[in-house]
Design a binder for this molecule. Structure first.
Ligand code: 13P
Length: 257
């Protein structure tokens, strides 16, 4: 059975003291979690990656980056490379988040380049895909998701399920409080899993985690996790609060009992 992934994307929130306080608040509760069933991930801003790794070193939490440069190395002021992330010992990075696609004009091709650099450096991309409200209303959801998958994963070899995670994040549900229903999310997760089956193989498609993101919180996560193809959440706002993050982990554990 696939593990449940409870991933927090902290975006541009929390400073040094906030990060420390959060880590302190969750560390002792997390030490006892059964790793067989659940994978907690947290993605703070770049300056706090190493600090968080230290603070959570004796917990099962994996620390992830929120993004990576599309370049391997060079004169790119302000950018952080996949090799740098790898040198920290990180194993995961989000890539292709809709906020980066929309505000930094990231095309599927750029996302693909980032994803390849991550994989070359033994990092596992958490690839985000998702449609806007306009696209959903025009009945284009499936088309958009398939375009994003075909573009971002064009000629990308996947050998095992550990190579990647995919996060379905409908843009209209991000930060809006308007979450997709379990059924709406499940429909798209199935489309993604079927695409993986046709593009790779059935074993990989069965094992690759597909997370849902968009206004996930303690109140609605159980309904989402009850869906057969939803393997966890990529969570923004609700992951910023230690009690809510822990609550969602506990709900996830319950859901696999
Ligand atoms: P919210 O949970 O705040 O809607 O954010 C979702 C998200 O963008 C996670 O990457």
């Amino acid at each position: 059975m696939r593990k449940i992934v409870i991933a927090g994307n902290w975006k541009m929130y929390k400073d040094l003291e906030d990060v420390r306080a959060f880590c302190k608040a969750i560390a002792s509760s997390l030490k006892t979690i059964d790793l067989g069933k659940i994978l907690p991930i947290l993605a703070p801003a770049y300056p706090f990656l190493a600090l968080m790794q230290r603070e959570l070193s004796d917990t099962p939490v994996q620390v992830a980056a929120q993004d990576v440069s599309a370049h391997a190395e060079g004169a790119f002021t302000g950018e952080v490379s996949a090799a740098m992330l790898s040198s920290l010992g990180l194993e995961y990075s989000i890539v292709g988040h809709s906020e980066r696609r929309a505000m930094h004009n990231e095309s599927n091709e750029i996302v693909r380049e980032k994803l390849l650099l991550l994989m070359d450096n033994s990092l596992r991309p958490i690839l985000c895909v998702g449609e806007t409200l306009e696209q959903r209303d025009a009945d284009d959801t499936k088309k958009v998701i398939l375009e994003q998958l075909n573009g971002c994963l064009r000629n990308v070899s996947l050998y095992n399920a550990d190579d990647i995670m995919i996060a379905y994040e409908p843009v209209w549900a991000i930060g809006t409080g308007r979450t997709a229903t379990g059924e709406q999310a499940q429909e798209v997760h199935r489309i993604i899993r079927t695409w993986l089956m046709h593009s790779y193989n059935e074993a990989l498609a069965d094992e690759i985690p597909i997370l849902y993101g968009g206004s996930v919180k303690p109140d609605n996560i159980a309904g989402l996790l009850a869906m057969p193809d939803i393997d966890g959440g990529l969570i923004g706002g609700a992951s910023l609060k230690a009690d809510q993050y822990l609550q969602m982990i506990n709900i996830a554990l319950e859901s696999r009992k």
